[in-house]
Design a protein around this ligand. Structure first.
Ligand SMILES: Nc1nc2c([nH]c(=O)n2[C@H]2C[C@H](O)[C@@H](COP(=O)(O)OP(=O)(O)OP(=O)(O)O)O2)c(=O)[nH]1
Length: 135
């Protein structure tokens, strides 16, 4: 039976409709792939609590959750995740990268051209679609 690990990720919206995209470091699993920052949900926390904690640990900022978008289940060759995304905003702090190689603010139209961790691709597509519907 496949065990899917719950992982939350933050689609952080900034100015000019851009979103924050982070590059995994060379030492992490899925090295140098682009992702939305976040991480594994611990047994004693909700996905929302987990994401707020992870973003503080990884980017040193406080966020608020604006909305959720559908999770995506994905199996890599050696593990499987249930990736749970939330649209977020920074409420306090300046970004200091603690784990990632790099981050960028990326326009919605450019998102799909990045070298994403595979599990993120359907989420990026859903997010783009949700923005187009709201326009
Ligand atoms: N944070 C985050 N992780 C993602 C995304 N897409 C994706 O496939 N993942 C994968 C990469 C990781 O294997 C896992 C998240 O776990 P993590 O970032 O807490 O841990 P990790 O693998 O770097 O560390 P570890 O297992 O060695 O302890 O989910 C994403 O958009 N954000």
């Amino acid at each position: 039976m496949t065990v899917f690990i719950d992982v939350t990720c933050a689609i952080i919206e900034g100015e000019l409709g851009k979103v924050l995209v982070a590059q995994r470091s060379a030492e992490m699993k899925l090295p140098l792939k682009m992702e939305f920052p976040g991480g594994k949900v611990e047994p004693d926390e909700s996905p929302e609590e987990s994401l707020i904690r992870e973003i503080k640990e990884e980017l040193d900022v406080d966020i608020e959750i604006v909305s959720g978008i559908p999770a995506n289940q994905h199996s890599y060759p050696d593990f499987s995740i249930n990736l749970i995304p939330f649209v977020c905003r920074i409420t306090d702090g300046e970004i200091i990268l603690r784990e990632h190689a790099m981050y960028h603010w990326v326009a919605i139209d450019e998102l799909l051209s990045l070298d994403w961790a595979e599990a993120d691709i359907p989420i990026v597509s859903d997010y783009i679609r949700s923005k187009k519907i709201r326009k």
